[in-house]
Design a protein around this ligand. Sequence first.
Ligand code: CA
Ligand code: CA
Ligand code: ZN
Length: 351
Amino acid sequence: MFRSPRQSLAAVFLLLFSSSAAAVAGRLVIDYSHDTSAFFTVGSEARATLERAAADISDVLVDHQLGGLVSNKITGDSNGTTAEVTWSLSYFNPVTGASVSLPNPHLSPGFAEDEIRVFVGWRNLGGITLGQGGPAVNAGLGINGSGVPEEFANAVTAMGVASDLVMTRGSGPIISSFSGTVGGYPYEFDYGSFMGSLWFDSDTNNDSVTDNFSLLDSSWNFGMSLPGPGENDFYSVALHELLHSIGLGSSVSWNALSGDPGVSGGHLVSGLMGYRLSDGLAQEALMSPSLATGSRKSLTTIDLAYLSDIGFVVIPEPGVWGLVMAGVMVLGGRRHRLAGFWMLSDAVDRV
Ligand SMILES: [Ca+2]
Ligand SMILES: [Ca+2]
Ligand SMILES: [Zn+2]
């Protein structure tokens, strides 16, 4: 039977989706501990849909790429002289925006292999903003040392190497970097994707009063069925903000792509098309900056390619899915990377 190229590509992506459905979910752990609204109660449609979005992203991230965190103290040694860094990590409270510091992040909340924790909530957002999200870009560190001065430079260097090995979590993106000097010797630390925050608009009529559930429900489409005319699709916004929260749009690895023609600030350019992983049909990238009311966006090959570009290992695996990978690379068409680092701000964006 004759098939147009488009049809055969669609068939390949359908196969891809079937395969991904069997992957282990749960790499994105949704944390509701800051949510004070009644909108994410256990059993609610919004919560179920958010969990589905997290699972759908987890399914495209390959297992065993993000290392666990077993200690927040990391030591470098040079002939018995040591330099030790003690890390704390911070994230933004999704409801209040306050920075929350975790002095012992390996214990509380703890980071198992492959897990990224995303704190979620609701806020009254003005204008046309539906949601905001970003990775945790704050951290604190203290450095101690002991030994002889002539070995300290090497110990500091060894500490940096050892810290990067643990704190970048392996092959995931670099979220942020620190540099400075200790005892006159320079250090630079990178760290990877541990946490993020995101929040959704709870004031859909922009009267500065949090909507009651009935009003919220009439504006948002909380379920997995497609949105009706005029409704904003919660699943689409959840996917988009979750991808922000793990580093797309604001991270050292993302900023290194700033010369890429597909990248515009914290988003992919409007109109950049990919193929939906769910059914192989063409769709504007999920990570473009806007979402039309009454429409749904889901993960596309383009979004997958940029997840790969910032450091995640994503399905399909090369070799096994060679045909699909070739398609992704052609569609992506972006291999122009700029060297250099940008310091991160509290980057969150519309939709
Ligand atoms: Ca309101
Ligand atoms: Ca609003
Ligand atoms: Zn965005």
